[in-house]
Structure formats: structure tokens, C-alpha cells
Design a protein around this ligand. Structure first.
Ligand SMILES: [Mg+2]
Length: 441
């Protein structure tokens, strides 16, 4: 932990949904949900108006619809998100050469590397942060970011969380322990639902409880390393550096066998179990993986690893298992396998574009249309046939009416709202799906 507050964390507010509201004036001030459109889709981002109804990231689309049936449910427009993200990261790199992006909408910045920051007193930092937030809103045509500054990554992230939405918070050195004390233990990075549960069972609910705990006692529940790390973080001791190129984090599990296994069916069953364990740990950490790795040690102790990078970041056990099985199929196991493991890497805490690609939005007029009346629970209905291209929210252009976005589609028709970032809320028109004047863009 640094003596001065020189680690900055920036997080755009409800990023995907805010981009949609920026570009679709009729949705400003209204509940918007990006993702959760397909039968198995999950919510990527909910606007603050939708969060009021309890809609959250990673929630299954069906549940989001039950909680907020009048929200606009949109597929993602990742070109637009990537463009905005690039504008934001460019502003951050103009501030400091040392920027560690965590996802499209989140990054750490090391202010020690920033020549334009003359000091770390609160007044100076506040001016730097105010200018940065204004510059980002200007560069992105109206998006807002929350910014936290502290003595470590942990504190900077806590600070930006406290600042949300559209705010800033500078945690002065020396105030960290008191600030953290009343917070729930789950605010500590790496403390997922399983650890929260373990801690609560021994009466540790708040970070302050961890600040007072006997490390030896905690070690009996969590193990020595985890206990030591957790108590350090509870005291705000975190010296992780800001790294422009982050090391690939990974999660893995492996089994060593008492005898060499040759039976493919048996090995496959073990792989599936390992895949489930890995997926559970992903889910518990709120992470999604882009790479699946198979590790295998032969009877002669030679070890081989095989990896495949997915089109889609996933936390689903069946996806991890099927990739691992495919990798296993490419390995000769007839001489016996002594160790088998499944791992995932390329971890991200945001749902990415390809998650939608993996499960293309299914379009049914009644539930695809923003503002539609609630129907029966969508996940009890058979999945409608997939029609590529008319994803709700997608950009289209009509020869006569100009640019707009897909409001809904089904039974051979497409409904478009004609408006853009710079127009006011625009009119809605319905066309035949094969209207030659209507184009996707
Ligand atoms: Mg964000």
C-alpha cells in the first residue's frame, strides 16, 4: 500500500445500457436491459432505471423480464461499445502511460506515472479527477464515469463503487481501515459467495470483524494463505501493481490417479466433473473465461497441455466440458493417464459480445418489442425460430425514413424506431421483413 493516493479506478456507469440510451433518445430515462434476449441469454448490463426493479448483470433474461417486463430488452451493439471504450482508454492514456484495462468499461490508472499530476493532495487529485470525468463525457458524447482514487487498487475500486453513479471519491491515506470496517466482507476482492458463507458461519460479517480476527483461528477455516491475505486486505494492505499487460489469471482443477486410467469413458466423466467444479468457481467469482485448457500426465510422467480459445467468454459447465472433451479426443490415452485436469484462463468480469453470438437473440414480437405488455413467462415458451439480423436494438437504415433501430420483429415484419443520438425521440414504423428499402447496418 502506497503512502499517497495514486491509484485511480475508473468505471463507466451502466456502460452498455448508457450507450444505448445515448443513441436511442426514446429510451433515455427508461429501463433498458442489454442482453438476456435469447432463451438462455443473461443480462449484460441494466440501466439504473431497470436496476430499481432488481434487474442485475448476469441474471437470466427470463427473470429480468419478470422483474421489469416493461424494459426495452436489446441485443448488444459491440461496435458502438468498442468505439466508446477506445475513446475512454485514449483519455486515460493521455493522463498516464500506465493504464490497466480490466474490461471495456473499467481500468486502473497509475498516477505515479502521470507527469501531468503535480501532487497527491486531495485538492489536486480532485481537480485531476474532475477534468478526467469531464473529458470522458465530452469524448464519448455524454457517457458518464465514476472514479475512485486511493492508496491501492483495492481502495481505488472501493472508492469508485462508493462514487457511483456519475461521481468521484478520493480516499485519503490513513482513513482506509475506518472506511472499510462497516462494509460487508464480500467487498474484498476474491471473496465470493462460498467464502462469504464460510465467514458468516463463524460470525464474521463485516470487514471490521476481519480486522479484529485472530489469524490462526481464521486459518483453520480458510487455510493459512487465504486467511493471511484476507486479513491484510481487511486492513487495506494491497500492493498489487498497476500493470499495463496483466498476467493471465486462471482457474483450474486436477486429479491424480492411484492407477493409470485408459478408459475414455471414465476419463470423460472425470473431465465433466472437473469442468463443473471450474465453472462453479467462475460463477462464484463473477468471472467468465475465454480459454479452456486440458492438462494430462501420461504413465511416463510426460505432461501435455492443450488449449482452445473460445469465441465466447463463458462460465457454463457444459461449454467448458465440451471443449475439454474435444481436446481429450485429440490425445492418445491408450498407454494410461496418471493425472487429468481442466483449467480456464483469459478471465473477464464482463459478459462479452460473443456470449450473444453463442446464443443469438430469439425474436418473438411480444417479448422482443420494447414497451410490450408482459406475456406469460418467456422461458416457459418454446424458443421461437431464430432470424438472424433483426436483433432488437440493432442499427438499420431505410431509404425513405433514414437511420433507426430495430424495435421489434416477428411474423415477417420489422418495426423500426427512426431516431439517432442527435435527433429527439423518433417515430415508429413497421415494414415487411423483405422490404428492399430497409437495410441492416
Ligand atoms: Mg461499469
Amino acid at each position: 500500500m502506497r503512502p499517497e493516493a495514486s491509484v485511480l479506478h475508473l468505471d463507466l456507469d451502466a456502460f452498455f445500457a448508457s450507450v444505448e440510451q445515448r443513441d436511442k433518445p426514446s429510451l433515455r430515462g427508461k429501463p433498458v436491459v442489454v442482453g438476456g434476449v435469447g432463451a438462455r441469454g443473461v443480462v449484460a448490463t441494466a440501466s439504473y432505471e431497470a436496476r430499481v426493479f432488481g434487474v442485475r448483470s448476469a441474471m437470466p433474461g427470463g427473470e429480468a423480464r419478470r422483474r421489469c417486463p416493461h424494459a426495452a430488452f436489446l441485443g448488444g451493439r459491440f461496435g458502438a461499445y468498442r468505439e466508446a471504450s477506445g475513446q475512454v482508454m485514449a483519455r486515460l492514456r493521455a493522463l498516464s502511460p500506465l493504464v490497466e484495462p480490466l474490461s471495456l468499461d473499467e481500468a486502473f490508472v497509475d498516477l505515479r506515472a502521470a507527469e501531468s499530476v503535480p501532487g497527491y493532495d486531495t485538492a489536486t487529485l480532485q481537480r485531476v479527477v474532475d477534468e478526467l470525468r469531464a473529458a470522458i463525457t465530452e469524448a464519448t458524447d455524454g457517457l458518464t464515469a465514476s472514479v475512485g482514487v486511493g492508496t491501492s487498487k483495492f481502495m481505488a475500486k472501493i472508492a469508485s463503487e462508493l462514487a457511483k453513479p456519475d461521481g468521484s471519491r478520493i480516499v485519503e491515506p490513513g482513513t482506509e481501515v475506518a472506511l472499510l470496517a462497516p462494509m460487508e466482507v464480500g467487498v474484498i476482492p476474491g471473496v465470493g459467495p462460498v467464502t462469504v458463507d464460510k465467514l458468516q458461519r463463524i460470525g464474521l460479517h463485516r470487514v471490521g470483524d476481519l480486522q479484529d480476527v485472530d489469524v490462526d483461528e481464521l486459518a483453520q477455516v480458510l487455510g493459512r494463505n487465504a486467511a493471511t491475505a484476507l486479513v491484510a486486505l481487511a486492513h487495506a494492505r494491497d500492493d498489487r501493481p498497476v500493470e499495463a499487460e496483466r498476467e493471465a489469471k486462471s482457474i483450474s482443477t486436477e486429479d491424480t490417479f492411484e492407477r493409470d486410467l485408459t478408459d475414455v469413458a471414465e476419463l470423460t466423466a472425470i473431465l465433466r466433473r472437473d469442468a463443473r467444479a471450474v465453472a462453479r468457481r467462475l460463477t462464484a467469482s463473477g468471472l467468465f473465461a475465454r480459454t479452456v485448457t486440458l492438462k494430462l500426465r501420461r504413465h511416463d510422467f510426460s505432461t501435455i497441455t492443450r488449449s482452445r480459445t473460445l469465441l465466447s467468454a463463458t462460465d457454463r459447465a457444459e461449454v467448458v466440458a465440451s471443449v475439454a472433451e474435444a481436446l481429450l479426443a485429440g490425445v492418445d490415452v491408450t498407454d494410461g493417464v496418471r493425472l487429468l485436469g481442466v483449467g480456464v484462463a483469459g478471465l473477464t468480469d464482463v459478459l462479452q459480445e460473443d456470449l450473444f453470438a453463442e446464443d443469438p437473440p430469439a425474436l418473438a414480437e411480444a417479448d422482443a418489442a420494447p414497451g410490450a405488455e408482459p406475456t406469460s413467462a418467456p422461458d416457459e415458451e418454446p424458443e421461437p425460430p431464430r432470424r438472424a439480423g433483426w436483433t432488437p436494438g440493432a442499427d438499420v437504415e431505410h431509404d425513405e425514413h433514414g437511420p433507426g433501430w430495430v424495435w421489434g420483429s416477428g411474423v415477417g415484419r420489422v418495426t423500426v424506431r427512426f431516431e439517432t443520438r442527435t435527433t429527439g425521440p423518433g417515430p415508429v414504423r413497421t415494414f415487411s421483413e423483405d422490404d428492399p428499402r430497409l437495410r441492416r447496418c
